[in-house]
Design a binder for this molecule. Sequence first.
Ligand code: NAD
Ligand code: AHE
Ligand code: ZN
Length: 375
Amino acid sequence: MRTRAAVALEAGKPLEIMEVNLDGPKAGEVLIEIKATGICHTDEFTRSGADPEGLFPSILGHEGAGVVLEVGEGVTTLKPGDHVIPLYTPECRECHSCLSGKTNLCTSIRGTQGQGLMPDGTTRFSMLDGTPIYHYMGCSTFANHTVLPEIALAKVREDAPFDKICYIGCGVTTGIGAVINTAGVEIGSSAAVFGLGGIGLNVIQGLRMAGADTIIGVDLNDDKAEMAREFGMTHFVNPSKVDNVTEAIIEITKTDQDQFGGVDYSFDATGNVQVMRDALECSHRGWGVSVIIGVAPAGAEISTRPFQLVTGRVWKGTAFGGAKGRTDVPKFVDWYMDGKIEIDPMITHKLSLDEINEGFELMHQGKSIRAVVEF
Ligand code: NAD
Ligand code: AHE
Ligand code: ZN
């Protein structure tokens, strides 16, 4: 079949909207009509050329929601008409990682996924002249139709709006999951969140759900503070307006009983390695846990004095908020539909596929939280 897609032809160039060929689902695969997709900073990271795994030409996008149109041979858990959210972290429930119970990082198709290919080593997308187009994060949601393995689709309830639940495909689950699954935040905790964008706001939402008392938001853009306050931020620090951001955070948390200060939990949602260091170093001596969510450019490395860890701080990272996609994503959709989590205010812009490059512009200008493309 043919479908319309925003194609990343070259690193650093705007996406080009065009008709592409899409082959039907092979065994174990499913054809999806994408109804809506968010634009995450990770899409921009790859579009820009900063991603060491970036491949071109490719169809980016990994934060989508849609409807099953056709299933390939042997697919048993999905049927045409089912509503689904694509998973860049699949859940096969059979590989060593899934069976370990210790991680959400299913390894069954990670090799081919990282090469922009379907599990059989080929692509389903091609240009009209036959040139293959790579898949992206196993999802390629910047296309009106896409093909995914059955194990990379979460079946969700049919009364949930696509233009909101697409965000559960990455940002919502990553932010809230980082708090609940990765950090394990307890009631009464203090926390600092670096980067108040599409991920950081969901970390704040997760902290409020977990019962954190002190929630310090950090962003270079003052405009991000307003919505963060609505989601539960109690203090705001703009690093460009203080001498030392870690000291500013430590000062906020000092009490008469606690002369050291420092937050119980910190989160990097910027992808900047200096910020990752600041996040670690503002966490509390003896027990602070710092979680890296941000994705850093090719070649970037983190550093700190080992003394920071010797004195009890823990440095962790999280992918997709530690969530097991097929099991947990339907629950996030229920939470949204039951009013337990908020999504609507964070979707600041709605665009058509033809306007997708404006979504990247809005992100650069710091004007959007999530821009969602509706097909
Ligand atoms: P975003 O662009 O919406 O938000 C980033 C925010 O960080 C912006 O508000 C920006 O002003 C702020 N910022 C940038 N530099 C800063 C600095 N030095 N100090 C303080 N604030 C700063 O991006 P997003 O969609 O929220 O994504 C955030 C990061 O998380 C990206 O690196 C993205 O690739 C990554 N990410 C990781 C996962 C995962 O599973 N680990 C999932 C989704 C996104
Ligand atoms: N391709 C990058 C790695 C990018 C990365 O860390 N991706 C996260 C999801 S970001 C979603 O917005 C992830 O899930 N990683 C786990 C994995 O297996 O990729 C690079 O540096 O090569
Ligand atoms: Zn993402």
